[in-house]
Design a protein around this ligand. Structure first.
Ligand code: NAD
Length: 319
């Protein structure tokens, strides 16, 4: 019997490729150093990272039965167009949540312990200036989490149990009776902003969350508070954050995501003081990369073999 054909648009961990290779023929142009190009018309499945899957690409791939998303951001896949064609979409919602939570806390720790500036001072021969780099002790300080979903709830646990922080959470969509973690809910975002020493964002980008942290909201934050963003760049007004860093109202910011990626070298946050900026790497831990590739591949194989996948995005295609 012919084995199904799966198109893998971008490199993934070997563990995921091994699962696919066991059951499918693989078309992966990157293995020959080629660009992804179009989904081949004979493909039964596609596994994509940030590769765009839109209406016209679906039209050109009439045999497609399943699309596996490597990760959680579904904005590169036209889910409605796939659903109309009864193409299943599977994703990996839990696979990199610990990695992102760890990265958010790395930014928080890097800022509170002044790692970047202390390292630079030492390298410049200023060992004896070390009193300038005394840290901000986190024990008993307050972390405000906006968005208590998969990542936010992990941040809450790690910060409360690992760092002994007091944790507040603002998330109007979480049913409080179902939450059993260490975070204390607040009803109003303003309340969280007024009480938190560190604010960390873990919301999806929606009309409601776009520019959620803007000039007005920053003014509601404590003088000397820190902002961490590993969610989506457009959830904060980057220029407003840079202005607040320049004025000192914000003491520091740790940012992994930008409204436009890559951010240009003249981006206001590049010039703002006391920032830790990383290139959208929060989800890219060794473990997460294996888990994401494995789960996306397993979801594809499940659908191709007629089983209901563990993480369907459009479960109605199985009805
Ligand atoms: P999730 O859906 O599990 O959690 C998001 C939470 O935000 C939900 O509990 C939801 O109720 C809450 N929320 C939605 N609108 C809100 C609002 N207006 N105010 C307060 N809370 C609101 O998602 P997740 O898996 O935890 O991911 C969170 C974010 O992290 C997403 O934007 C995702 O794209 C981003 N992310 C970034 C990286 C990275 O590499 N930096 C990797 C993975 C995910």
């Amino acid at each position: 019997m012919n084995r199904p054909i799966v198109f893998v648009s971008e490199p993934i961990a070997a563990a995921g490729m091994d699962i696919l290779a066991e059951h499918c023929e693989i078309i992966a142009p990157w293995q020959q150093g080629d660009k992804a190009g179009e989904i081949p018309p004979q493909a039964d499945a596609a596994l994509v990272r940030i590769y765009t899957v839109d209406d016209s690409r679906l039209d050109a791939a009439p045999n497609l039965r399943v699309i596996g998303k490597h990760g959680v951001g579904l904005d590169n896949i036209d889910i409605d167009a796939a659903t109309q064609r009864t193409i299943a979409v599977v994703w990996t919602p839990e696979a990199n949540a610990d990695a992102v939570a760890q990265h958010a806390l790395s930014l928080l720790l890097g800022l509170s312990n002044r790692i970047k500036t202390a390292d630079a001072a030492l390298r410049q021969g200023h060992f004896n200036d070390r009193m300038q780099f005394s840290s901000l002790e986190l024990t008993g300080r307050t972390l405000g989490i906006i968005g208590l979903g998969r990542i936010g709830s992990r941040v809450a646990k790690k910060a409360a149990l690992g760092l002994d922080m007091d944790v507040l959470a603002y998330d109007p969509y979480v049913e409080r009776t179902t939450y059993s973690g260490p975070a204390a809910f607040v009803d109003e975002l303003e309340d969280l902003l007024a009480r938190a020493d560190f604010v960390t964002l873990h919301v999806p980008l929606t009309d409601e969350t776009r520019d959620m942290i803007n000039t007005g909201r920053i003014a509601q934050m404590k003088n000397g508070a820190y902002l961490i963003n590993t969610s989506r760049g457009a959830a904060v007004d980057e220029a407003a954050v840079a202005t607040a860093l320049q004025s000192g109202h914000l003491a520091g910011a740790g940012i992994d995501v930008f409204a436009t990626e890559p951010p240009h070298l003249e981006h206001p946050l590049q010039k703002a003081p006391n920032t830790l900026l990383t290139p959208h790497v929060a989800g890219l831990s060794d473990r997460a990369l294996v888990q994401v590739a494995t789960q996306a591949a397993e979801g594809i194989v499940d659908v191709l073999q007629g089983r209901r996948p563990q993480n369907p995005v459009n479960p109605n295609v199985f009805d």
